[in-house]
Ligand binder design. Structure first.
Ligand SMILES: Nc1ncnc2c1ncn2[C@@H]1O[C@H](COP(=O)(O)OP(=O)(O)OP(=O)(O)O)[C@@H](O)[C@H]1O
Length: 624
């Protein structure tokens, strides 16, 4: 029995079971209802803690486990005005929906997302030319079934589609062909062209999709008029929705919807619940939404795991008999093995999983490692290191990590390679602006040759400590001229959006000495930015204008989402910790294009791989 809420909160805070913000929320409830039951305050504090961990809600079973002294929470939660049922008092700050406890804002966001998706489920009539066009865009493939073709077909017949797949499984290829298909069918017989927009949750992800989409559109086997009607420009979701400084509201919402017919969002695993709700609000009811992403990656930094929820059943498919037959007719593909007439749900018919990586073949350790990690098979994951040259397991001592980060290994670059590239390609004193831009572009490309990833920001094994060690190691070797302040070679990452500069949180720039235009030299930070035609341009920024930046020799795995590096090293702390999860390691491994180095004790790898995170939410229940 809990008689004194204040004492419980203070003690839980002292024991580290809750944080100050959780206690503040529980205390705030007392201002709304001075006679509040202390057990409601305890439940509220524990709920607030769960939200801080990225969950959307808290199942009552979890609440009971966290504090057995609460007894049966459904009894006291149903008899306080602070908690309402789903259709109860809309001013109550907490909602109890069946056995899930929510803060009102999260419950509302989840309801908006669920409603908007449910409204889009269902099959629309398709153009009779669909099978022929699919056949043209996806000439017979040696890998059967051709999931790219199936994903494209499913997306073509409805206003909502999810395409998930690991790295190199062809998400971009599929969506470009889908857009070609939709636009071809729309323009046929004098129809009007579809207004298509492409977006990604971060500037970096948008830039990467931008780079790959332009090339893919050029190769697309469609009419030139169709090609022209496919946009190459990828924007951030914030920009698309029209974010306004200092407010959570966007310019586009249900009252002022976006003017578009098709919205494609890449890297959808990074979208949190609130952003998804805002996006769906702003989408006209008739518009199609296509979500692309890798369901196995880390979820968004903010609460929710919308893509993970939507793809929770993707491995098994759960296609209905009707979907199976429709796919057979439209694509000549057989998905019987992924069909389950009894348990098929409407949502399942809108989800396709690409299962064959074209980037990582059977000779790729990175691919084999990603698969073993996803299967939670630590033994197989360790065995991969012994069998493949592109992946290596190294010691996690701070000194060894810094050395690897600087020197690289066996042909795989480290930061020496990047700093040498700056030095070796330095333009002459009278270099033109074009030559300087080319130098900046080369430096940024060389920087993308290697990245050290850490599990956390703080602590001896975190980003800040590793940054300091690497900078010292570079200084000791004469590769940089200082370890603090601004110096040539300092790589920085923005920690906040800077709309005035057109730079986004997560954008990385490199510091270079360039002519100042008055006969002297000045340090400038080179960033890759998109011009108005979707092309890449290098912008040199005065360091003093960059107010929210961090040195980025090391970055957290979270921040690395949406980026790829030729050689990626992932350093894991030596002690077990809640941040070490399967998704974290998988996301780290799949940032690597050619080489991957894991700096971890083998037992820590096993520990992390066995810990699959599950964020509590009621979304799937509402959708199935
Ligand atoms: N059906 C296909 N036929 C031939 N090549 C393909 C096909 N699909 C994809 N590829 C090639 O495989 C590579 C990866 O494809 P793509 O970039 O579309 O994958 P992705 O899933 O978007 O990858 P990422 O992990 O970068 O998001 C590209 O080089 C692409 O050209």
């Amino acid at each position: 029995m809990i008689a004194d809420g204040v004492a419980w909160l203070d003690q839980a805070l002292a024991e580290g079971r809750i944080e100050r913000v959780d206690r503040a929320f529980a205390r705030f409830l007392r201002t709304l209802d001075p006679a509040v039951d202390p057990r409601v305050q305890v439940a509220a504090a524990l709920l607030s803690r769960e939200l801080g961990e990225g969950h959307i809600c808290m199942p009552l079973t979890t609440l009971r486990e966290r504090e057995p002294a609460l007894g049966d929470p459904s009894l006291f939660l149903s008899s306080t005005p602070l908690v309402a049922s789903a259709d109860g008092d809309p001013s109550a700050p907490l909602v109890l929906d069946h056995d899930l406890l929510y803060m009102r804002r999260f419950w509302r966001d989840e309801s908006r997302v669920a409603q908007a998706i449910v409204g889009r489920l269902g099959v629309q009539p398709v153009h009779p030319d669909l099978p022929a066009e699919l056949e043209r865009l996806f000439p017979s493939d040696d890998v059967r079934p051709d999931w790219q073709k199936i994903a494209c077909a499913l997306a073509a017949r409805s206003r909502f589609a999810v395409i998930t797949g690991g790295p190199g499984t062809g998400k971009t290829t599929t969506v470009v062909r889908l857009l070609g298909l939709l636009q071809t069918l729309a323009l046929r017989e004098g129809g009007s062209r579809l207004r298509i927009r492409l977006a990604a949750p971060t500037g970096k992800a948008a830039a990467r999709l931008n780079a790959s989409i332009a090339g893919q559109v050029a190769q697309l086997q469609v009419d030139p008029a169709v090609k022209q009607a496919i946009p190459a420009e990828v924007t951030t979701l914030h920009r698309l929705l029209g974010s306004r400084p200092d407010t959570r509201a966007f310019r586009h919402d249900a009252e002022n919807p976006l003017h578009l017919d098709v919205l494609v969002i890449d890297e959808a695993s990074m979208i949190d619940l609130e952003m998804m709700a805002a996006t769906l609000d702003a989408l006209p009811p008739t518009a199609r939404l296509v979500l692309l992403g890798d369901k196995d990656q880390l979820s968004s930094v903010e609460a929710g795991a919308v893509l993970g929820d939507l793809c929770a059943r993707a491995d098994v498919g759960h296609y209905s008999l009707a979907t199976r037959d429709w796919i057979a007719a439209a694509c000549e593909e057989d998905v019987s093995a992924w069909t389950d007439g009894d348990s098929a749900r409407a949502l399942d018919q809108h989800v396709a999983m690409l299962r064959h990586s074209r980037r990582f073949g059977s000779d790729s350790g990175i691919g084999a490692l990603a698969t073993a990690i996803n299967q939670g098979d630590a033994h197989a994951a360790r065995a991969v290191f012994a069998s493949f040259a592109d992946v290596t397991l190294g010691a996690p001592s701070p000194a060894a990590i810094a050395t690897l980060a600087i020197e690289g290994r066996d042909g795989a670059p480290g930061y020496r390679h990047y700093l040498d590239a700056i030095e070796n390609t330095r333009p002459s004193v009278g270099a033109s602006e074009d030559e300087l831009m080319q130098w900046g572009r080369g430096a940024l490309r060389a920087y993308a040759g290697f990245q050290l990833l850490c599990a956390t920001r703080l602590g001896e094994h975190g980003v800040l400590a590793q940054n300091a060690r690497i900078a010292q190691g570079l200084l000791d070797r004469g590769l940089i001229e200082a370890t603090g302040g601004w110096y040539e070679g300092r790589p920085v990452m923005l920690t906040r959006n800077d709309y005035a500069l057109g730079l986004m949180n997560g954008d990385v720039g490199v510091t270079l000495w360039v002519p100042d235009g008055r006969g002297g030299m000045a340090l400038r930070v080179a960033f890759s930015v998109m011009d108005e035609h979707g092309g890449e341009r290098i912008r040199f920024v005065v360091p003093s204008r960059l107010v929210a930046v961090e040195t980025v020799y090391a970055m957290t795995v979270h921040k690395s989402q949406g980026s790829e590096f030729e050689h990626t090293a992932l350093a894991l702390p030596p002690e077990p910790s809640p941040v070490l999860t399967r998704e974290l390691v998988y996301t780290g491994v799949t940032r690597a294009r050619r080489w991957f180095t894991l700096l971890a004790a083998p037992d820590i790898l096993g520990y992390a791989v066995q810990r699959k995170t599950q964020r509590a939410s009621g979304l799937l229940r509402r959708l199935l």
